[in-house]
Design a binder for this molecule. Sequence first.
Ligand code: URA
Length: 436
Amino acid sequence: MTQFTFDMPSIIRTKRDGGVLSDDAIDWVIDAYTHGRVAEAQMSALLMAIFLRGMTNGEIARWTAAMVDSGERLDFSDLRRSDAPGKPLALVDKHSTGGVGDKITIPLVPVVMACGGAVPQAAGRGLGHTGGTLDKLESIPGFTAEISKAQIRQQLCELGAAIFAAGELAPADRKIYALRDVTATTESLPLIASSVMSKKIAEGTRALVLDTKVGSGAFLKTEAESRELARTMVELGTAHGVRTRALLTDMNTPLGRTVGNAVEVAESLEVLAGGGPDDVVELTLALAREMCDAAGLDGVDPAETLRDGTAMDRFRALVAAQGGDPDAALPLGAHSETVNAPRGGTMGDIDAMAVGLAVWRLGAGRSAPGEQVQFGAGMRIHRRPGEPVAAGEPLFTLYTDTPERLAGAVSELDGAWSVGDEPPARRPLIIDRITG
Ligand code: URA
């Protein structure tokens, strides 16, 4: 058998010059980087070359498979529901490609639990200007996402969900994700598709619904690119035996009225209590219906679980099982600044990217690997696009624990919103549905 030997300079050069990496080269890079045999500078250079040159579908499939193989693949097929002995779990999960104010996982998981699903959710931290579910949930005092495999299995049977740090699942993604976050290499179709799908294939779900974002606050801005991303991910999931489908959803404007860590948990609690912003409720329910359908859960009504409080009960049980205190006060940055309306009229579009960057500047995200985020950092959006505005009233309030961050964050908002005489053009929140 031929023995291949590889070296990083040749692999980087191949991709830098627009070549195609061989299967063996991809397997070697992922294994060598995961085990610390490739320098961070070399992997950064390769990620930038991939960012600039892209990858073929064959390269993406192999890169993803190598990332899955970099760790273990969980299997919950032996588990049975504790409330219906003998019945297998209806395993189903959701993942978003990243947005601003995208707190949807937090109300969605309990809704699906209340409908009889079992959600093994390997969740991520913030990436670039987008927030991460783990950073948000860890703002609940005591909550931990570092839970054992035994605990994940027990929660799936007894509660219907576990939300955990990917840990030993796709460890290559953990390292590459952290490196992309600080090397401006996040906005890459091959790197997003392989990152999302390696975790989701490894986490042991049987069905998966992807929320693929489109617009200024998404990593991929155009509908054509996002559509291609959704199709690529659906194909990757299907090839690995996971029933996968995707929604294409608008991310030109932030979701809901809050962006940040604890402030998004607070808004999610409003949704679970039967209220909350219309767009957050609409997307939560659309994704819940897709998840229930993909998992074969018939005759359930996700909206009813918000009305009758069963989703809220599930959320509280989930938080408590993972060490959190569902009754504890949520943190809010000690320093704040408010942006007021310069005139009366109607709120125009609010640019999601600018809001994401402002909140990142407030301390809700990271600028160095492993940095601790501020749980209390975030923004309240008092007037959403199309709402009436009175001159002088608050439009945005920004919160942080470090007051020197406020000026930079406020200046990110310059030119990112307007108050006018006419309401902005309405866009549908859910643009399309892509199935295998
Ligand atoms: N979510 C992920 O897990 N990875 C990405 O690259 C983007 C969103």
